[in-house]
Design a binder for this molecule. Sequence first.
Ligand code: HPA
Ligand code: ZN
Length: 319
Amino acid sequence: MPLPKAELHLHIEGTLEPELAFALAARNGVTLPYADTEELRKAYLFDDLQSFLNLYYELMAVLRTEQDFADLADAYLVRAAAQGVRHAEIFFDPQAHIARGVAMGTVVEGLSGALARSEETHGISTQLIMCFLRDESAESAMATLEAAKPYLDRIVGIGLDSAEVGHPPVKFRAVYEAAAALGLRRVAHAGEEGPPAYITEALDVLGVERVDHGLRCMEDADLVERLVRDRVPLTLCPLSNVRLRAVDVLEDHPLPAMMDAGLLCTVNSDDPAYFGGYVGDTFHAVREALGLDQERLRELARNSFEASFLEHDEERRAR
Ligand code: HPA
Ligand code: ZN
């Protein structure tokens, strides 16, 4: 039996497996620039975040209808259930779809339709977090929040993803303020490729209550002290860090040092179709590569519920 856990850093578009990509391409009459799934898989060699993002956005061309988004979410939930996931807070990137002529409503109705059946079908409670693309403008983020207003009953919070360096959190101050006023929870990717100062800024300027990745906090002792003191959760994604070359090999990942420092660490899969494993696979990989014992793995699983947006009663039930 896999450990019951919550997954808090998961891009639904990053769960698009090659087989589903080709099936949706055929259904929608979209031609992919790869002969077959084998040739596509060969493209999964990344130098950095941007080289991954190029493929991630390219493959999204196959997602066109409500049913496509529902099928994508269902496929993730089946895999997640088998790996012990009891609760998932799921990112989606509406701007990447709106830019291709797919309406916000198509995306949200498709995803939320599948998620509404998830507790009953898969035993997984879910929430949706809408991310803004940080390499797009602040105005575009604000227009996206506006477009999401009819659907806020199905969106728990906002996040910030895509190319980090050169796009500091402060660029999105206004849209985070507007989201807070609407009662939305706030998270942001920070300190994946960007400097520790972006983590501090995400806390101070955007008011985030959880930091996605946050890996580079380890370069700033004062920041680590603050994150420990305030029990700010970090949603780490060790397999992603290796594939996107933030760390050389999994054996060098700072996760054990981060746990030793007292940081509230969680382990997540980020974009599992691209990075070699879902969250249960990630737990297995860190146990093997980093020598984490069962107690440490249990601590990570406990942390995932503590760091989630579940209320305490719901949290107890999900465990
Ligand atoms: N970082 C930033 N943007 C992303 C990621 C990530 O790991 N995955 C999908 N979009
Ligand atoms: Zn991510």
